[in-house]
Structures are given as structure tokens and as C-alpha cells.
Design a protein around this ligand. Sequence first.
Ligand code: FMN
Length: 173
Amino acid sequence: MQKKILIAYATRTGSTQEVAEAVAVTLCESGLEVDIQPMRNVRTLKGYGAVVLGAPLYMFHWHKDALSFLSRYREVLTDGLLVAIFASGPFAKGDEKEWQEVRKQLDQELAKFAWLRPIAVEIVGGKFDPAKLSFPLNLVPALKQMPASDLRDWTVIRAWASNLAAKLQSALS
Ligand SMILES: Cc1cc2nc3c(=O)[nH]c(=O)nc-3n(C[C@H](O)[C@H](O)[C@H](O)COP(=O)(O)O)c2cc1C
């Protein structure tokens, strides 16, 4: 029997969770068996053939739950478990260069884990809602006045997940 896939996500304001759920749906539609959980609730990776980690970038850093997840599970992640990664980030319409900068932010974070060999890495658009800013960010006028936006492209996200499903199917069969 093919091993299950774990999608483990971190989020502050919910948008990365929604992306993780969309990835889960696509992987399930491709015939994979999938569990989905917040990273901080994961207690074991036993029984999984692959883990998909999804977390947002904040202030040039990947969410701390993602960084501690990688540290905590280093042993099992270097022992045959497949890893795929996505990070949510850019929420203001910018040019290609800005996306490249965000990719650099993620690459710098992942470089802290020299042993890590992900089979796929993707930046997905982020979502910003000034009403969801929590303390102390909700006290920053420049942030509070920014318009709400959502750069998540569901077609691109599903295509990435579908491509990932094909890789997982062939690696795990
Ligand atoms: C205060 C703040 C700082 C942010 N910093 C970054 C950043 O350094 N790089 C980036 O790509 N996105 C950054 N973002 C965008 C978030 O990653 C984006 O809004 C993401 O969708 C949030 O995910 P969540 O809803 O799962 O928490 C920032 C957003 C906020 C509000």
C-alpha cells in the first residue's frame, strides 16, 4: 500500500492554511492519501512517505513553526522521507524581480538546513487584510492604511500541486 502524505502548515492569518487545503484537495484527486495538520500539532512522521510543508514569510523570515519543524524532524527527513515546500509571501502587485527577491528570502531560510533536499519548492502569492493585523502590527499606521489584497493564484497553486502529485506517485510506488 502506498504511504500517506502529510501536509503540515503554519499560518498567522489563515491564508496559508487555505493554500494547504487546496494542495490537499489536488493531491487527493490524484489518488494520494493525505492528512493535513498545523505543523505545531504534528507529533510524529511515522507512517508517512512524504511531507509537504507550507508556511508564510514574515519580515524576511519563514514562519518560526516551519523552522522548528525542520530542526525537530531532521533525522527522519534525511532518512528517506520526501519533502516538498511552499511559502506564501508577496501580496502587493509587483514585478518579476520582487518575486525573485522573495524566492531569495526563502532560499536563505532553507540554506540554514544544508541537509535538506526538497523535491519541490514554490512561492505562492500571499493575502493581506489590514483588519487581521494583530498587536503590535495593528498599531503601525503604514500597515493599517494598506489596501487589502490577495495574490494567491489558484490555477498556479493547483498546477504546482498536480505536478507534485505526479512526482510523489512515481517516487512512492
Ligand atoms: C507585517 C508583515 C510582514 C510581511 N513580511 C513578508 C516578507 O518579508 N516577505 C514576504 O514575501 N511576505 C511578507 N508578508 C506577506 C505574508 O507572507 C502574506 O500576507 C501571507 O499570505 C500571510 O500568510 P498567513 O495568512 O498564512 O499568515 C508580510 C506580511 C505582513 C502583514
